[in-house]
Design a protein around this ligand. Structure first.
Ligand code: ACO
Length: 311
C-alpha cells in the first residue's frame, strides 16, 4: 500500500539517501521538484537577457569575453536544470510552454533594468552571490539529479561572483564618477537581491513540506541572513554604503539586523508587473519562435537517421 511506500520514502530521506528518478516518490514531491527545478531553469535562461544587453557595450575586449562566458554558462545551467526536471517525467517543451504562457515563475531579480556598466558588476556580485548561497544548500537536496547539477553550477557561479566583484572593485576604486556609478548600482540592486530568497518563512507556502522532504535544507530567512552577513563586509571593503539605514551589526545575535523588505514590491514583480517583465517575456518568446527552424531541422535529421538505421 502507498502508506508503506511513503514511510519507506521518508525514512530514506531522513537517512540522507538520495532519491533517484526511478525510485518511488510521493506525487507532491515530484510536483514540487518539477515546479522548483523548472522555475530555476527558467531563471537561468531569462537571466541571460538583462546581461545580454551589455555584450556590445562592455568597456574592453577582456570584459566582453568574461561577460560572454558568464552568459553562456547561464545557458548551460538552464539546460542541466531542464534535464534534471525531465527525469521527473515532464518534457522540456511543457516547461517552456508554461513559462511563455505565464503559468510558471522565474526569479524576481531579472525584471529590473540594467542601466549602466556598474550594474553588470552589481549583478555578478549580488545576484550571483545570492544564487550561490541558495544553491550551496541545494547541493544537499534529497533529489539526486538536482543535487548533482547544483555542484557543478555552484563552481561556475563562483567565477561569476568574482568577475562581478572585480568590476565593482575597478569602479569603486576608480574615478569619482565611477564610484558614483558603483554606489547607484548597489542602491538599486540591493533590495531586489534580498527578495531573491523568497517570502519570509512565515509567508512561505512551500517551505515546511519542502524542508521535511529535504528538497530545501535551509529556510528562506536563514539563507537571506547568511547572504547579508557575507555581503556587508564586502561593501565596506569597496567603501560603498548599503541603502538601508537600519542595517547594523547585532553583537548579541552575531548577525546584521536589517530593515523591512518591501514585500508588496516582490509580489508585484513576481506576478508580472515589474519594470521589465513584459520586455523579458517578449524577448524570450521571440527567441523561441526564431529558433523553431533549428528544432525542426534537428528533429528532421534525427528522423532521417532513424529511417536509415531501419533500412
Ligand atoms: N522570484 C520569483 N518567485 C519567487 C521568488 C523569487 N525570488 N521567491 C519565491 N517565489 C515564489 C515561489 O516560486 C512560490 O510560487 P509558486 O507556488 O507559484 O511556485 C511562491 O513565491 C512562494 O514562495 P515559497 O513557498 O518560499 O517557494 P519555494 O519553497 O519554492 O522557495 C525559492 C523559493 C527559495 C526561490 C526556491 O524555489 C529555490 O530555492 N529555488 C531554486 C533557486 C532559484 O530558483 N534560483 C533562481 C535565481 S538564481 C539564478 O538563476 C542565477
Amino acid at each position: 500500500p502507498e502508506t508503506d511506500e511513503a514511510a519507506h520514502f521518508q525514512a530514506k530521506v531522513d537517512r540522507e539517501i538520495k532519491i533517484e528518478p526511478r525510485d518511488w516518490m510521493p506525487d507532491g514531491y515530484r510536483k514540487t521538484l518539477v515546479r522548483q527545478i523548472s522555475q530555476h531553469a527558467h531563471s537561468e535562461i531569462v537571466g541571460m537577457l538583462p546581461e545580454g544587453t551589455w555584450v556590445t557595450r562592455a568597456p574592453s575586449l577582456r570584459r566582453k569575453v568574461q561577460l560572454l562566458a558568464k552568459i553562456q554558462d547561464e545557458g548551460g545551467h538552464g539546460l542541466y536544470l531542464y534535464s534534471a526536471a525531465e527525469t521527473l517525467g515532464t518534457s522540456r517543451e511543457e516547461m517552456v510552454d508554461a513559462l511563455h504562457e505565464g503559468r510558471a515563475k522565474y526569479s524576481n531579480i531579472f525584471n529590473y533594468p540594467v542601466l549602466s556598466w556598474a550594474d553588470i558588476g552589481a549583478i555578478g556580485w549580488l545576484v550571483d552571490g545570492a544564487a550561490i548561497i541558495n544553491q550551496i544548500a541545494l547541493c544537499r537536496c534529497s533529489y539526486g539529479p538536482y543535487a548533482r547539477a547544483m555542484e557543478r553550477i555552484c563552481r561556475e557561479e563562483s567565477f561569476h561572483q568574482r568577475q562581478g566583484y572585480e568590476i565593482m572593485m575597478s569602479m569603486a576604486f576608480g574615478t569619482k564618477e565611477q564610484k558614483r556609478m558603483a554606489q547607484s548600482a548597489l542602491d538599486r540592486w540591493w533590495w531586489p537581491s534580498l527578495m531573491m530568497f523568497g517570502p519570509s518563512d512565515r509567508e512561505s507556502a512551500h517551505s515546511s513540506q519542502s524542508m521535511q522532504w529535504k528538497i530545501k535544507r535551509v529556510s528562506n530567512d536563514d539563507l537571506r541572513q547568511q547572504f547579508i552577513d557575507m555581503t556587508v563586509p564586502q561593501a565596506d571593503y569597496l567603501g560603498l554604503r548599503m541603502p538601508d539605514p537600519d542595517l547594523k551589526w547585532n553583537e548579541e545575535r552575531g548577525h546584521y539586523d536589517f530593515g523591512e523588505i518591501d514585500w508588496a514590491e516582490l509580489k508585484r514583480v513576481v506576478s508580472g508587473d515589474g519594470p521589465c517583465n513584459k520586455e523579458r517575456m517578449a524577448a524570450r518568446i521571440k527567441a523561441h519562435e526564431d529558433g523553431a527552424w533549428v528544432r525542426d531541422a534537428a528533429a528532421a535529421y534525427a528522423e532521417k537517421q532513424r529511417m536509415r538505421k531501419e533500412a
